[in-house]
Design a protein around this ligand. Structure first.
Ligand SMILES: [Zn+2]
Length: 189
């Protein structure tokens, strides 16, 4: 898989394609139209790669950047930005991909707009549904991935162990080790 899907639903994974938003320079996973086509397929929205143009990518990124603040607003119980809301609802109003059962499996006919409509409808469902209270941001301070924490006792801390959990655990280990060595720094040379 080229892309990561730790969110639990496309509504959270799609904004997650701009990774590490808390860094001065976030990491863009949708650098090219092909990246978006692969994302749709890996997200299970399409079955095969679909043609994506640069204008399509621009529309997708505009939708993505409207979705992210809506998620934050939902988590903080703040009012939604009306422009972001309008854009999501505009996409959600469009037709969605058409799946067909075939003798060998599944075929999905989809345009980029249909695939985006699928994402936008998932945003509508996710942000208006019961899972909002389970939304949690990754414990890595640089990472902005929001995920649905379905773990027992809501104890999940990271979007994924690799890299976020490992990174924080390694930092904690180094801190412990430093603290530990302080005790023996006084030894004679
Ligand atoms: Zn993370």
């Amino acid at each position: 898989m080229r892309h990561a899907f730790p969110g639990g639903t496309p509504a959270l994974d799609f904004p997650g394609t701009l990774r590490f938003r808390h860094r001065p320079e976030p990491r863009e996973d949708l650098d090219s139209p092909a990246d978006l086509s692969i994302w749709f397929r890996e997200a299970g929205i399409t079955e095969a790669d679909i043609p994506v143009g640069t204008a399509d990518l621009r529309r997708a990124l505009a939708l993505r950047e409207a979705v992210y603040p809506l998620i934050l607003a939902a988590m903080a119980d703040r009012e939604y930005d009306p422009d972001a809301l309008a854009l999501v609802n505009h996409h959600a109003a469009g037709p969605t991909p058409v799946p067909r059962l075939t003798p060998t499996g599944r075929r999905v006919d989809a345009t980029v707009d249909q695939a985006l409509a699928h994402v936008a409808r998932d945003v509508v469902a996710a942000l208006s549904g019961p899972d909002v209270v389970l939304f949690k941001e990754c414990g890595n301070p640089e990472c902005s991935q929001v995920f649905i924490d379905r773990s027992r006792g809501a104890r999940r801390e990271w979007c994924a162990m690799d890299p976020c959990g490992n990174k924080i655990k390694a930092a904690a280990y180094r801190a412990r080790k430093r603290a530990g060595t302080h005790g023996i720094t006084g030894r004679s040379r």
